[in-house]
Each structure stands twice: as C-alpha cells, then as structure tokens.
Design a protein around this ligand. Structure first.
Ligand SMILES: Cc1cc2nc3c(=O)[nH]c(=O)nc-3n(C[C@H](O)[C@H](O)[C@H](O)COP(=O)(O)OP(=O)(O)OC[C@H]3O[C@@H](n4cnc5c(N)ncnc54)[C@H](O)[C@@H]3O)c2cc1C
Length: 309
C-alpha cells in the first residue's frame, strides 16, 4: 500500500474530496467502523451499551474551521441541549469541543464566551468540558483559552500533543491551573522544526510526559488522562502510576470508538477507568481522513467496503 500519512493528511484538506466522500455510500459504510452513526441518538445509544460494560463516554460532534459565527452559536446551542440528553439518560458522559468549531478563526472573544457557557453547563450537569487541540497554529490561543476557563470552572480538560517539541514546557506551565490533561500523540501534519518527524521519538516523549503528569498527580496538581491506543505504552504507564503512587481512578485511559475495543474492555476488567470517545454528526470527512492517516492500512477498510457483500 503506497499511500502514506502525509498524503492522507493532505487529502483531508481537499474540499473536492470532502464533497465526493460525503456522497459515496461505500465511504459511509467504512466510516461506520469509527462512529456508531451521524445522529446524536446513535452516539447516546452506543454510550448506553458501553456504560453497561463499565465504560464512560466522551462525545464530540464533528465539524471544524467554521466560516460563519452563527454556525458556532448553533454548535453551542446543540451542546447545551446535548448535556441535558446525556443527563436524562443517566450516562457517565463528557463533551469534547474543537475551538474552531466554536468560532476561534472568526472571533476569539465569541469562542471564549461559548467555551465559558459550555463549561458552566458541564459544571451544572456534573460533567466535564474537554477542549481538543487542533493544529500547531492554534496551540498558543488554545492554551490561553483553557487557562482562562479553567480558573472559572475547574471541570475543564485540555488535550496536549506529545509530538510537539514545546509540550514539556506547556505541561509545566499548565500546572499553575491544576489541569485535567488528555495527553495524545497528535494527529496533524506538522513541520520537523516544531514536531518530532520520527514516530519513535513521539512515543518516547509521550511516556516521558506521562511520567511528569503522574508525578504532578501524586501531589494533587493534575488529573492525567492518557488518550492512546498504544497498548504496550498504556501498560508501561499503568506500571509507572503504581510505582509513583497514583491510584486507579486518579487517572484515566481514553480511546476512540471502534479502535482496540477488546483492549478497552480488558483494561476495565483489570480495574482501570476507561472512557471511549464517540463522534457523531455529518461533517466527518477531515476527521475520518486523520483516522486513516493514523493507520494507513485502514485504507483497506475503504477498499473492502467498495466490494459487494
Ligand atoms: C480520546 C482521544 C482524543 C484525541 N484527541 C486529540 C486531539 O485533541 N488532538 C489531536 O491532535 N489528536 C487527538 N487524538 C488522536 C491522537 O493524536 C492520535 O492521532 C491517535 O490516537 C493515534 O495515536 P495512538 O496514540 O493511538 O498511537 P499509535 O502508535 O498511532 O497507534 C497504536 C496502535 O493503535 C491502533 N490504532 C491507532 N490509530 C488507529 C486507527 N486510526 N485505526 C485503527 N487502529 C488504530 C493500532 O493498532 C496502532 O498500532 C485523540 C485520540 C484519542 C484516543
């Protein structure tokens, strides 16, 4: 298979391919591997099934880089209702938003207002508001956004990407607000001047930052979440947590719906706290291309779903 990560990430930015993919039944069939359905009810239904198996859920409505501010208002309103839907069904569920989905490109002030409104709603619902990290051009603005909202609402978490060279400094800086951090490897195409070009370096950095977060957690400064499907890495982190003295329940492991499902179930059986991130909505193209890029062998799922039967 000659198609690689950088080609797939470049394809994720094509408006033409976006329109083509959304209209192709075989692509929709392949996308099903990673999301239960486009409707909010599909996501909630899947979360209820996971809940019975001891897994919590983080929900995200797909969509990013909006072009009109009223679209950001609609996203805010959607999530306000969605928190009520989570609560009404008794689901252990959080919500994760992208700053550009709440208008960061168009008005940082409006985006911050929306984030504060959603954080207040999450607090009222006994839930958490997560902020995803997008490409490197947004990192400074997203850190500032998070620091602002975390001071007002403790129940907010932020994704941080291990592939960025700056991340160890960012993590230290965030300790001032006693952060909830979801550490991920990073899903975007970034230049070698700011991100590790070799995956093994990202993997090593991920472990090192994990240990730093656990050390802060042992002092009560940080609530660490490990967002990865890298099972050997998760096993090392669990061992490090034991050694450092961070109990189960004082950190969590989050994975995406449809990936490493048997391992997610096994981790729950072993006493770990696991949440599954479920995506829904119709704007899945960019997000789906990033999933293909994480494992280019996934392109075979698309090819296979083009075949009859
Ligand atoms: C809960 C959660 C939230 C995230 N939020 C963000 C975010 O805010 N910003 C951001 O940049 N990135 C985010 N990501 C994506 C992340 O950055 C990685 O791109 C993604 O998790 C793949 O890296 P990995 O840690 O699983 O490790 P890898 O080393 O890439 O993968 C480890 C193993 O997991 C399996 N696997 C991984 N990805 C796939 C896939 N797509 N399909 C099938 N199998 C796969 C494979 O078996 C692979 O060998 C998030 C990921 C998770 C789990």
């Amino acid at each position: 298979m000659g198609i690689g990560r950088s080609v797939l990430l470049a394809m994720s930015k094509s408006a033409f391919l976006n329109d083509q993919a959304l209209n192709r039944t075989f692509v929709k069939r392949a996308v099903k591997k990673f999301m239960p359905g486009e409707a909010p009810e599909d996501a909630l239904g899947a979360a209820q099934v996971l809940g019975k198996a001891g897994r919590g859920t983080v929900f995200t409505k797909l969509g990013e880089n909006l072009t009109r501010l009223d679209e950001a208002d609609a996203v805010r309103d959607h999530y306000l209702k969605f928190y009520d839907m989570i609560k009404a069904r008794g689901i252990d569920g959080h919500v994760s938003v992208k700053p550009t989905q709440l208008g960061l490109d168009l008005s940082p002030e409006t985006c911050a207002q929306h984030v504060h409104v959603l954080a207040a709603k999450a607090a009222e619902s006994g839930s958490i508001l997560w902020i995803d990290m997008e490409d490197s051009s947004y990192v400074d603005r997203t850190l500032a956004l998070y620091e602002g909202v975390k001071k007002a609402y403790p129940n907010c978490g932020l994704a941080i990407q291990a592939y960025l060279l700056r991340t160890p400094q960012d993590v230290e800086r965030l300790m001032a607000v006693q952060p909830i951090i979801r550490l991920v490897k990073g899903a975007y195409a970034e230049p070698a001047s700011i991100a590790f070009p070799v995956k093994a370096d990202t993997d090593r950095a991920y472990y090192e930052v994990s240990v730093t977060m656990l050390q802060h957690a042992a002092k009560g400064n940080c609530f660490p979440i490990f967002g990865t499907h890298d099972i050997p890495l998760v096993d090392r982190i669990v061992a490090a947590a034991k050694e450092i003295g961070v109990a189960d329940g004082k950190y969590e492991i989050h994975m995406l719906y449809g990936i490493r499902d048997a391992d997610q179930a096994r981790l729950v059986r072993d006493g770990r706290t696991v949440k599954t991130l479920i995506s829904y909505g119709s704007s899945w193209y960019k997000w789906y291309m990033r999933r293909l890029a994480e494992r280019p062998a996934n392109v075979w799922f698309v090819v296979r779903s083009m075949l009859p039967g």
